[in-house]
Design a protein around this ligand. Structure first.
Ligand SMILES: *Cc1c(COP(=O)(O)O)cnc(C)c1O
Ligand code: SF4
Length: 383
């Protein structure tokens, strides 16, 4: 029997298209699905935003006041996921300035992870023994209001010129202990395909580099960016890992599903790094739904980050207990594949530190008293 053509995947059918806000109803499909069109038509001004959603007085004031602090840019695709009337919409909270951004809490820091202290050259943070973080651009498709790297992202002074990029590559080339490169930014996919290919081909030519990861939020904010030409190019440089950043089930659209499918079909392994955000995903039910959707898309939940101590994001911060509560609600109750690591990126540059609910009750000599996900105790005796 021949398969039905076109092949319909019942899992894909569970995902819905983002649709479009009225403003873009007449845009031809060929423009709408073109990432360059999406990028050019991003919402950057208050006037443009007013045409799409009904802003509250607070949002309007915050938009004006945050102008000099951190850029606004929202792709029409991502904007179409917003609730027009609800200021607490999780998509809106991530993309529209809120009054909380203007407050700098006393404990906030400009560079909480001391990324600059560990920068041997301007484009590289080398904190861990065998891997580096490589900043290849200061741009992103959408500027997340909770961005931990607000001090640099969107700031033209932080642009990665070709000279700075080459300095970074030279550093990686001369450090034979590096086997894993996180190619980030900003968002690595704000680079042209040619520039991404230049970076990948240079790294692939280094014998000591084993794997790299492309750190991008485009799967969430601009899935149209994953074109056939792009994945065709990527195939030449495997093993390629993709690290992305879904925060809410609403972001798991059919467009995102298709973008991930193109990458996964091309052989990429895709991981998700969620940031725990108050009012957006600080709820075990939401995280569970998100992680189930991610698995259906072939994305593996990798990290949940405690919100950093960066400036102007204190309104997003949750108590540490919240992250532990979420892990507790996942482990055992659902697939282990849907349980990411909850980590705090230590202020001052200590790196990522994992936190786990207390499953070890007691340890005496060869006797380990453990608690399972239901709270029942078990003893493991080492022979
Ligand atoms: C997160 C991070 C990495 C990658 O860490 P993994 O735990 O391997 O995912 C590497 N370098 C820096 C500076 C980082 O912040
Ligand atoms: S995509 Fe990443 S780097 Fe860019 S604004 Fe969002 S969180 Fe920041």
């Amino acid at each position: 029997m021949k398969p039905e053509i076109p092949f319909r995947n019942p899992i894909r059918d569970k995902f819905q298209s983002a649709g479009r806000m009225d403003l873009w109803n007449d845009v031809p499909e060929k423009d709408w699905s073109n990432w360059i069109w999406q990028q050019q038509k991003r919402i950057k001004t208050l006037d443009q935003l007013e045409k799409v959603i009904n802003l509250t007085h607070e949002e309007r004031e915050a938009f004006k006041a945050s102008n000099d602090l951190f850029n606004v840019a929202i792709t029409p695709y991502y904007a179409s996921l917003m609730d027009k009337d609800d200021p607490n919409c999780p998509i809106r909270l991530q993309s529209v300035p809120a009054p909380g951004e203007l407050t700098i809490a006393p404990e906030d820091m400009e560079d909480p992870l001391a990324e600059e202290k560990y920068m041997p050259v301007p484009a590289v943070t080398h904190r861990y023994p065998d891997r580096v973080l490589f900043y290849t651009t200061h741009n992103c498709a959408m500027y997340c209001r909770h961005c931990t790297r607000k001090r640099k992202v969107a700031d033209p002074d932080s642009a990665t010129s070709n000279r700075v990029l080459d300095e970074g590559l030279a550093y990686i080339e001369s450090h034979k202990e590096v086997r894993d490169v996180v190619i980030s930014g900003g968002d690595v996919l704000s680079n042209s395909d040619d520039r991404v290919e230049y970076i990948l081909s240079r790294l692939r030519a280094m014998d000591h580099i084993e794997v790299f990861r492309l750190a991008t939020r485009n799967l969430v904010t601009l899935p149209q960016r994953i074109t056939d030409d792009f994945v065709k190019m990527i195939r030449k440089y495997h093993p390629v890992f993709i690290h992305t950043h879904f925060n809410h089930p609403k972001e798991c659209t059919q467009e995102a599903f298709d973008a991930v499918a193109r990458l996964a079909d091309a052989g990429c392994v895709i991981n998700n790094q969620m940031v725990l955000l108050k009012g957006i995903n600080d709820d075990a039910k939401i995280v569970k739904e998100l992680n189930h959707k991610l698995l259906m898309m072939r994305v593996r939940p990798y990290y949940i980050f405690q919100c950093d101590m960066s400036q102007g994001i204190s309104h997003f911060r949750t108590p540490v207990e919240k992250g532990l509560e979420i892990i507790e609600a996942l482990r055992g109750w659902t697939s282990g594949m849907a349980v990411p690591h909850f980590v705090i990126d230590a202020p001052g540059g200590g790196g990522k530190i994992p936190l786990l609910p207390k499953y070890l009750i007691k340890h005496e000599g060869k006797e380990w008293t453990l608690r399972n996900y239901q709270g029942k105790e078990f003893v493991y005796r080492e022979p």
